[in-house]
Write a protein that binds this ligand. Structure first.
Ligand code: PAJ
Length: 287
């Protein structure tokens, strides 16, 4: 089947009508474009597991704060479409801002608790924008399964909870974080690092891996773990730490001891470039 590219909601619904009626399993990979191997891994899995694979490409303005990089966020629709075509994607949904938000949005999805810490602390309206646009995308495309990366662990936790709380009829599947050979998690924002910053940026994964080893060796107090992770990262001259946190895997609340499934997550700035990474810690699987 030739790949269909739809820019409007009406076109998308028309294209998908027969597919929904035919009872085929429809998978969706929501993205903001600038596709890299991280995104492509989600698309490959969607392609392998579903009868039809859809990719949405939309740089969602409502999840960016006023001083964030909405305007400079990379937009590479031609290259993205080519990647999708090569991977056998059936539908790209690439709407304009006006199509998605024809008038100022008045209806928002807010989650308590899960958005208090980590990225939610510094980006107070970010997850409101993410959840709202995903609810819209799920309503437009009505996928059976949607694929997300562990790279954005808080986004995943928030989204899983939204889907459960609102009985959204979609199954969320988690895909592992894809990394460069030196450990840096792939991100559309990596291209904005200078060569020096790029070399230093391996400190994120080094700090997380060190913590994981310490926990596996029996060190479960969070404070000294966080302290040493801070030191590992602060050794890079260009870095500014936003947060380094150890939280429980369920409600993302700070843990003083790693005695249950946990997430170690961090966000740092190199200049204006904000990088995030995380590692999933399930104590009994470490031993
Ligand atoms: P975006 O940053 O484009 O990411 C789209 C998907 O790709 C997310 O599920 C993200 O976790 C995943 N991803 C990004 N880098 C990855 C990596 N290195 N390895 C594995 N997966 C990776 O996340 C968003 O867009 C938006 O918030 C969105 C969900 C589309 C809502 O606007």
């Amino acid at each position: 089947m030739a790949m269909k590219v739809c820019n409007t909601i009406r076109q998308t619904r028309e294209f998908l009508r027969a597919i929904h009626e035919g009872g085929k399993i429809l998978g969706l990979v929501p993205t903001m474009g600038a596709l890299h191997e991280g995104h492509l891994s989600l698309i490959r899995r969607c392609r392998a597991e579903c009868d039809l694979a859809a990719v949405s490409i939309f740089v969602n303005p409502t999840q960016f704060g006023p001083s964030e990089d909405l305007d400079s966020y990379p937009r590479t629709l031609d290259a993205d479409s080519e990647h999708c075509r090569r991977l056998g994607v059936d539908l790209i949904f690439a709407p304009t801002d006006k199509e998605m938000y024809p008038s100022a949005n008045l209806t928002w999805i807010n989650l308590d608790k899960l958005t208090e810490h980590l990225c939610g602390a510094a980006r107070p309206l970010h997850f409101r924008g993410v959840c709202t646009v995903l609810a819209k995308l799920f309503n437009i495309i009505r996928p059976d399964i949607a694929y997300f990366g562990q790279k954005d662990a808080q986004q995943l936790a928030v989204l899983r909870r939204m889907v459960a709380d609102l009985n959204v009829p979609v199954e969320i599947r988690t895909c592992p974080t894809i990394r460069e050979p030196d450990g840096l998690a792939l991100s559309s924002r990596n291209q904005y690092l200078t060569a020096d910053q790029r070399r230093q940026a391996t400190c994120l994964h080094r700090a997380l891996s060190w913590a994981r080893e310490m926990i596996a060796a029996g060190q479960t107090d969070s404070a000294p773990l966080i302290q040493t992770m801070q030191e590992i990262i602060a050794a890079s001259p260009d870095v500014r730490i936003d947060y380094i946190s150890i939280v429980d895997n369920d409600l993302l609340q700070p843990l003083s001891r790693v005695d249950r499934p946990a997430l170690i997550a961090l966000a740092v700035f190199f200049g204006n470039v904000r990088l995030i990474d995380n590692i999933d810690i399930t104590p009994h699987t470490l031993k």
